[in-house]
Design a protein around this ligand. Structure first.
Ligand SMILES: C[S@@+](CC[C@H](N)C(=O)[O-])C[C@H]1O[C@@H](n2cnc3c(N)ncnc32)[C@H](O)[C@@H]1O
Length: 256
Protein backbone atom coordinates (compact mmCIF):
# COMPACT_ATOMS: atom_id res chain seq x y z
CA UNK A 1 0.00 0.00 0.00
CA UNK A 2 1.31 3.47 -0.88
CA UNK A 3 2.49 5.49 2.09
CA UNK A 4 0.36 8.61 2.63
CA UNK A 5 2.25 11.75 1.55
CA UNK A 6 3.31 13.84 4.51
CA UNK A 7 1.52 17.19 4.42
CA UNK A 8 3.44 20.17 5.68
CA UNK A 9 1.39 23.32 6.16
CA UNK A 10 3.08 26.36 4.70
CA UNK A 11 2.60 30.09 4.89
CA UNK A 12 4.36 33.31 3.92
CA UNK A 13 7.02 35.13 5.83
CA UNK A 14 7.13 38.21 3.62
CA UNK A 15 7.71 36.80 0.12
CA UNK A 16 9.29 33.61 1.45
CA UNK A 17 7.27 30.42 1.74
CA UNK A 18 7.98 28.87 5.13
CA UNK A 19 6.55 26.05 7.28
CA UNK A 20 3.59 27.40 9.24
CA UNK A 21 5.21 26.18 12.44
CA UNK A 22 8.31 28.35 11.81
CA UNK A 23 6.64 31.69 11.09
CA UNK A 24 6.01 32.89 14.65
CA UNK A 25 9.66 32.39 15.64
CA UNK A 26 10.78 34.39 12.60
CA UNK A 27 8.32 37.20 13.39
CA UNK A 28 9.52 37.23 17.01
CA UNK A 29 13.12 37.68 15.81
CA UNK A 30 12.06 40.71 13.75
CA UNK A 31 10.41 42.48 16.69
CA UNK A 32 13.15 41.46 19.10
CA UNK A 33 15.62 43.15 16.77
CA UNK A 34 13.64 46.39 16.25
CA UNK A 35 11.95 46.84 19.68
CA UNK A 36 14.25 49.64 20.93
CA UNK A 37 13.93 51.66 17.73
CA UNK A 38 10.35 50.67 16.90
CA UNK A 39 8.61 53.95 17.81
CA UNK A 40 11.21 56.18 16.16
CA UNK A 41 11.04 54.02 13.02
CA UNK A 42 7.25 54.39 12.85
CA UNK A 43 7.57 58.17 12.79
CA UNK A 44 10.37 58.13 10.22
CA UNK A 45 8.78 55.59 7.87
CA UNK A 46 5.29 57.07 7.87
CA UNK A 47 6.34 60.73 8.12
CA UNK A 48 4.25 60.85 11.32
CA UNK A 49 1.13 59.59 9.50
CA UNK A 50 0.79 56.57 11.79
CA UNK A 51 -0.31 59.02 14.49
CA UNK A 52 -3.32 60.14 12.42
CA UNK A 53 -4.21 56.52 11.56
CA UNK A 54 -4.03 55.55 15.23
CA UNK A 55 -6.12 58.58 16.22
CA UNK A 56 -8.81 57.41 13.76
CA UNK A 57 -8.80 54.03 15.48
CA UNK A 58 -9.15 55.64 18.92
CA UNK A 59 -12.07 57.76 17.69
CA UNK A 60 -13.77 54.55 16.52
CA UNK A 61 -13.09 52.86 19.89
CA UNK A 62 -14.94 55.79 21.44
CA UNK A 63 -14.12 55.15 25.12
CA UNK A 64 -16.62 56.74 27.56
CA UNK A 65 -15.49 60.06 29.03
CA UNK A 66 -17.26 59.26 32.30
CA UNK A 67 -16.30 56.90 35.12
CA UNK A 68 -18.30 54.12 33.42
CA UNK A 69 -16.16 50.94 33.33
CA UNK A 70 -14.78 50.23 29.88
CA UNK A 71 -12.30 47.42 29.24
CA UNK A 72 -10.21 47.40 26.06
CA UNK A 73 -7.88 44.62 24.97
CA UNK A 74 -5.19 45.76 22.54
CA UNK A 75 -3.86 42.61 20.90
CA UNK A 76 -0.31 42.74 19.49
CA UNK A 77 -0.18 46.06 21.29
CA UNK A 78 3.63 46.16 21.33
CA UNK A 79 5.00 49.35 22.85
CA UNK A 80 1.58 50.63 23.91
CA UNK A 81 0.75 53.36 21.39
CA UNK A 82 -2.95 52.48 21.04
CA UNK A 83 -3.33 51.77 24.75
CA UNK A 84 -1.97 55.17 25.78
CA UNK A 85 -4.17 57.01 23.31
CA UNK A 86 -7.33 55.19 24.45
CA UNK A 87 -6.47 55.59 28.16
CA UNK A 88 -5.95 59.32 27.65
CA UNK A 89 -9.13 59.72 25.58
CA UNK A 90 -11.32 57.80 28.05
CA UNK A 91 -12.62 58.64 31.51
CA UNK A 92 -11.54 57.24 34.87
CA UNK A 93 -13.35 53.94 34.25
CA UNK A 94 -11.27 53.11 31.15
CA UNK A 95 -8.75 50.27 31.53
CA UNK A 96 -6.54 48.92 28.77
CA UNK A 97 -4.76 45.59 28.59
CA UNK A 98 -1.91 45.28 26.10
CA UNK A 99 -1.30 41.70 25.06
CA UNK A 100 1.71 40.91 22.88
CA UNK A 101 3.78 37.81 22.26
CA UNK A 102 7.10 39.66 22.40
CA UNK A 103 8.57 40.56 25.81
CA UNK A 104 11.04 43.04 24.28
CA UNK A 105 8.19 45.11 22.82
CA UNK A 106 6.26 44.85 26.12
CA UNK A 107 9.28 45.99 28.12
CA UNK A 108 9.54 49.19 26.06
CA UNK A 109 5.77 49.67 26.49
CA UNK A 110 5.89 49.29 30.27
CA UNK A 111 8.66 51.85 30.53
CA UNK A 112 6.68 54.31 28.38
CA UNK A 113 3.51 53.75 30.46
CA UNK A 114 5.46 54.54 33.63
CA UNK A 115 6.92 57.73 32.10
CA UNK A 116 3.39 58.85 31.17
CA UNK A 117 1.95 58.07 34.59
CA UNK A 118 -0.44 55.53 33.07
CA UNK A 119 0.65 52.45 35.08
CA UNK A 120 -2.67 52.26 36.89
CA UNK A 121 -4.78 52.35 33.71
CA UNK A 122 -2.69 50.33 31.26
CA UNK A 123 -1.39 46.84 31.98
CA UNK A 124 0.86 44.62 29.89
CA UNK A 125 0.75 40.86 29.46
CA UNK A 126 2.51 38.35 27.28
CA UNK A 127 0.17 36.27 25.16
CA UNK A 128 -0.45 34.85 21.72
CA UNK A 129 -3.24 36.37 19.60
CA UNK A 130 -4.08 32.82 18.47
CA UNK A 131 -4.72 31.69 22.05
CA UNK A 132 -5.63 34.69 24.18
CA UNK A 133 -5.13 34.12 27.92
CA UNK A 134 -8.55 35.63 28.82
CA UNK A 135 -11.98 34.29 29.68
CA UNK A 136 -14.89 34.47 27.22
CA UNK A 137 -16.71 37.82 27.05
CA UNK A 138 -14.18 39.75 29.18
CA UNK A 139 -13.78 42.94 27.09
CA UNK A 140 -15.98 45.73 25.75
CA UNK A 141 -13.67 46.33 22.83
CA UNK A 142 -10.74 44.52 21.17
CA UNK A 143 -8.26 46.30 18.90
CA UNK A 144 -5.29 45.14 16.86
CA UNK A 145 -3.14 47.66 15.02
CA UNK A 146 -0.55 46.64 12.45
CA UNK A 147 -0.38 43.29 14.21
CA UNK A 148 -2.63 40.79 12.49
CA UNK A 149 -0.54 40.39 9.33
CA UNK A 150 2.26 39.05 11.52
CA UNK A 151 0.11 36.34 13.09
CA UNK A 152 0.55 32.95 11.37
CA UNK A 153 -3.09 31.83 11.69
CA UNK A 154 -5.19 34.95 11.14
CA UNK A 155 -8.47 32.99 11.35
CA UNK A 156 -7.59 31.84 14.88
CA UNK A 157 -6.71 35.38 15.99
CA UNK A 158 -10.08 36.62 14.68
CA UNK A 159 -11.98 33.82 16.48
CA UNK A 160 -10.11 34.58 19.69
CA UNK A 161 -10.91 38.30 19.46
CA UNK A 162 -14.56 37.35 18.98
CA UNK A 163 -14.51 34.91 21.92
CA UNK A 164 -13.14 37.40 24.47
CA UNK A 165 -15.55 40.19 23.44
CA UNK A 166 -18.79 40.66 25.37
CA UNK A 167 -22.07 40.61 23.44
CA UNK A 168 -22.41 43.99 21.78
CA UNK A 169 -18.64 44.46 21.87
CA UNK A 170 -16.65 46.12 19.09
CA UNK A 171 -13.64 44.74 17.21
CA UNK A 172 -11.39 47.15 15.33
CA UNK A 173 -8.41 46.26 13.22
CA UNK A 174 -6.03 48.79 11.71
CA UNK A 175 -3.77 47.32 9.05
CA UNK A 176 -1.80 48.25 5.97
CA UNK A 177 -3.88 47.71 2.86
CA UNK A 178 -3.59 48.15 -0.89
CA UNK A 179 -3.07 51.49 -2.58
CA UNK A 180 -5.44 51.92 -5.52
CA UNK A 181 -4.82 55.53 -6.54
CA UNK A 182 -3.07 55.75 -9.94
CA UNK A 183 0.30 57.44 -9.52
CA UNK A 184 0.34 57.02 -5.77
CA UNK A 185 0.64 53.23 -6.16
CA UNK A 186 3.92 53.48 -8.12
CA UNK A 187 5.32 56.04 -5.71
CA UNK A 188 4.30 53.91 -2.72
CA UNK A 189 5.94 50.85 -4.29
CA UNK A 190 9.16 52.74 -4.86
CA UNK A 191 9.16 54.19 -1.36
CA UNK A 192 8.37 50.83 0.27
CA UNK A 193 11.05 48.79 -1.45
CA UNK A 194 13.80 51.37 -2.04
CA UNK A 195 13.55 53.66 0.97
CA UNK A 196 12.08 51.78 3.96
CA UNK A 197 14.65 48.93 4.08
CA UNK A 198 17.42 51.56 3.89
CA UNK A 199 15.95 53.57 6.79
CA UNK A 200 15.69 50.24 8.66
CA UNK A 201 19.34 49.58 8.05
CA UNK A 202 20.54 53.02 9.12
CA UNK A 203 18.24 53.63 12.10
CA UNK A 204 17.40 50.19 13.46
CA UNK A 205 20.50 48.40 12.13
CA UNK A 206 18.30 45.76 10.49
CA UNK A 207 17.52 46.02 6.79
CA UNK A 208 15.98 42.54 6.61
CA UNK A 209 13.43 43.25 9.35
CA UNK A 210 12.05 46.17 7.33
CA UNK A 211 12.23 44.25 4.06
CA UNK A 212 9.99 41.67 5.81
CA UNK A 213 7.62 44.43 6.97
CA UNK A 214 7.06 45.78 3.45
CA UNK A 215 6.74 42.32 1.95
CA UNK A 216 4.26 41.23 4.63
CA UNK A 217 2.10 44.24 3.75
CA UNK A 218 1.91 43.06 0.11
CA UNK A 219 0.97 39.54 1.21
CA UNK A 220 -1.84 40.64 3.53
CA UNK A 221 -5.35 39.89 2.14
CA UNK A 222 -7.15 42.67 0.27
CA UNK A 223 -9.69 44.54 2.44
CA UNK A 224 -12.72 42.74 0.96
CA UNK A 225 -11.14 39.35 1.60
CA UNK A 226 -10.22 40.32 5.15
CA UNK A 227 -13.78 41.58 5.73
CA UNK A 228 -15.03 38.14 4.63
CA UNK A 229 -12.63 36.51 7.11
CA UNK A 230 -14.06 38.69 9.89
CA UNK A 231 -17.55 37.63 8.89
CA UNK A 232 -16.45 33.98 8.94
CA UNK A 233 -15.10 34.48 12.50
CA UNK A 234 -18.58 35.56 13.61
CA UNK A 235 -18.41 39.37 13.44
CA UNK A 236 -21.47 41.23 12.22
CA UNK A 237 -22.01 44.63 10.58
CA UNK A 238 -18.50 44.23 9.16
CA UNK A 239 -17.18 47.28 7.34
CA UNK A 240 -13.91 48.98 6.49
CA UNK A 241 -12.64 52.41 5.62
CA UNK A 242 -9.57 53.09 3.48
CA UNK A 243 -7.25 55.89 4.59
CA UNK A 244 -4.45 57.74 2.76
CA UNK A 245 -5.41 56.35 -0.64
CA UNK A 246 -5.56 52.78 0.68
CA UNK A 247 -2.18 52.72 2.43
CA UNK A 248 -4.12 51.70 5.54
CA UNK A 249 -7.62 50.33 6.22
CA UNK A 250 -9.62 50.47 9.42
CA UNK A 251 -11.80 47.36 9.74
CA UNK A 252 -14.75 47.21 12.10
CA UNK A 253 -17.04 44.39 13.26
CA UNK A 254 -19.40 43.74 16.15
CA UNK A 255 -20.23 40.73 18.29
CA UNK A 256 -24.01 40.63 18.12
C1 LIG B 1 4.05 46.20 13.84
S1 LIG B 1 3.95 45.83 15.55
C2 LIG B 1 2.50 46.74 16.05
C3 LIG B 1 2.59 47.25 17.46
C4 LIG B 1 1.47 48.21 17.87
N1 LIG B 1 0.17 47.60 17.76
C5 LIG B 1 1.51 49.49 17.09
O1 LIG B 1 0.55 49.77 16.36
O2 LIG B 1 2.48 50.25 17.20
C6 LIG B 1 3.38 44.17 15.52
C7 LIG B 1 3.30 43.52 16.88
O3 LIG B 1 2.66 42.24 16.72
C8 LIG B 1 3.20 41.38 17.71
N2 LIG B 1 2.84 39.99 17.39
C9 LIG B 1 3.28 39.24 16.36
N3 LIG B 1 2.73 38.02 16.41
C10 LIG B 1 1.91 38.00 17.50
C11 LIG B 1 1.06 37.02 18.07
N4 LIG B 1 0.92 35.81 17.52
N5 LIG B 1 0.36 37.33 19.18
C12 LIG B 1 0.48 38.56 19.75
N6 LIG B 1 1.28 39.52 19.26
C13 LIG B 1 1.98 39.26 18.14
C14 LIG B 1 4.69 41.70 17.64
O4 LIG B 1 5.38 41.21 18.74
C15 LIG B 1 4.66 43.22 17.53
O5 LIG B 1 4.72 43.83 18.78
Amino acid sequence: MAKPRETREETHFGYETVPLADKQGMVDDVFHSVARRYDLMNDLMSGGLHRAWKDALVTAVHPPKSDRPFALLDVAGGTGDIAFRVAEAGGTGTRVTVCDINTDMLEVGEKRAHERGLDDRVSFAQGNAEELPYADKSFDCVTIAFGIRNVPRIDRALSEAHRVLRLGGHFLCLEFSSVDVPGLDALYELYSFRVIPRIGQVVAGDREAYQYLVESIRKFPKPKVFAAMMDEAGFRRVSYRAMTGGVVALHSGWKL
